[in-house]
Design a binder for this molecule. Structure first.
Ligand SMILES: Nc1nc2c(ncn2[C@@H]2O[C@H](COP(=O)(O)OP(=O)(O)OP(=O)(O)O)[C@@H](O)[C@H]2O)c(=O)[nH]1
Ligand SMILES: [Mg+2]
Length: 288
């Protein structure tokens, strides 16, 4: 590609920054690069009526909540941001009560008793109204600027569900070996029961068409959410519409970066959650 063309392209892409009203000359970029390259680079048109519901379960995350909400807001698409406080004890709840009056774009719900991530997500999913729903942890381990890439297979009509994966190519912090091994083992076992070939079942970034996540009945209150939702979407049938027969849910995977934290930085998940995940993989393989 000629140098001037590259410069032009950069120019166009810069015009799409959040807050800048200049329209994206998508057609010109496609003419320049071709459709396949654009798709690969994550350059694709977003339908103007698209709303992404971002569900954030929150438990004792006062230190990071402000920053994660700032990062989510900065993603240049229409969003519904749902925060579910799981009865935090570190002052998060008071902070959210204040935000309720000062930040009306946020949907905030509270649990009166601490129940766990799964329960917080269930509450959040009930309030989702966007066409696409994504799970966002309230710590800073994952990068919201990757949403655009994550929702691409759904917008292109290829996928009903997209899982991020920390193990297929993106930058990630090098951390606990035995944790990563446990993660891989849980994914392997879950795959054996669901017959999906995922590489990262426990990943936070899970994206769903709204009808899928509101169509499965979830029960796990804690981190059993991850294997449970995986088992249930694996057997979820998309209903027949307009002549298209009912079909299985189509699951895609996208690489995501991961800036894991260590225990001193607030990591909470432990070996008991691993045992619970094992139990949930087997339980939800056979029962609803
Ligand atoms: N640990 C924990 N997290 C909760 C609970 N309720 C909601 N959450 C939220 O669920 C998300 C995931 O929790 P994390 O503790 O970060 O779990 P994780 O990312 O799997 O594991 P680490 O960050 O490695 O501890 C965070 O946004 C929490 O604030 C709860 O009862 N316990
Ligand atoms: Mg975390």
């Amino acid at each position: 590609m000629a140098e001037t063309e590259t410069e032009n392209l950069e120019h166009n892409v810069t015009f799409t920054e959040a807050g800048n009203e200049a329209p994206l000359d998508y057609d010109a970029i496609v003419r320049l690069l071709g459709e396949a390259t654009c798709r690969k680079l994550g350059i694709y048109p977003i339908p103007p009526d698209l709303v992404l519901s971002v569900v954030i379960p929150v438990y004792n995350e006062r230190r990071t909540l402000h920053e994660i909400v700032r990062q989510v807001r900065a993603v240049p698409i229409n969003k519904q941001i749902i925060l579910v406080d799981d009865c935090s004890k570190d002052g998060t709840t008071d902070m959210l009560k204040e935000w309720e009056t000062t930040q009306p774009d946020l949907t905030i719900r509270y649990h009166e008793k601490n129940q766990g991530k799964g329960a917080a997500l269930r509450t959040g999913f009930q309030h989702a109204t966007g066409q696409i729903v994504i799970v966002q942890d309230a710590d800073l381990e994952y990068d919201p600027s990757e949403y655009l890439r994550l929702i691409q297979p759904i917008i292109e009509g290829k996928a009903d569900v997209v899982y991020g994966s920390r193990f297929i190519g993106e930058t990630h912090r090098v951390l606990y070996y035995w944790h990563s091994l446990a993660n891989k083992f849980l994914t392997l076992l879950s795959n054996a029961f669901t017959n999906l070939n995922l590489t990262d079942m426990e990943v936070c970034y899970k994206v769903f068409r709204r009808e899928v996540i509101q169509g499965v009945k979830l029960k796990s209150n804690r981190f059993g959410f991850e294997p449970e939702v995986t088992a249930k979407i694996a057997r979820f049938k998309m209903p027949a519409i307009e002549g298209r027969p009912a079909r299985r849910c189509r699951v895609f995977e996208m690489p995501v970066s991961y800036n894991g934290r260590d225990y001193k930085e607030g990591k909470k998940i432990g070996w008991k959650d691993g045992v619970q995940a094992l139990y949930c993989i087997v339980r939800y393989a056979f029962a609803d």
